[in-house]
Write a protein of this length. Sequence first.
Length: 95
Amino acid sequence: MEIYDNSSCRDSKDESSATGYVKYAYGPVVVAYQESYQDTLDGGRDLEAEMYSIAYTSGDVSVSYGETEVSTLGLGATGPQTTDGDALAVSYTMG
């Protein structure tokens, strides 16, 4: 887990961030999960993110898939907004 706090820095935006992740590999399969959070203390919007991925490698071929969800926690009438992303990658290595 990593934690960042810049509230004591000159010209800081009074924010703190934290992220934590788990990664597990067994043979050709790798699975990963991560969560992160950014707290803006000066009245700005906070951010939350959740990500996961799975990858499989066999010889010269690799296939991976991942998903990301980022939520912006709004203020007042704006409410929370969520952005989702998906990715699929296939690669072949020669030589």
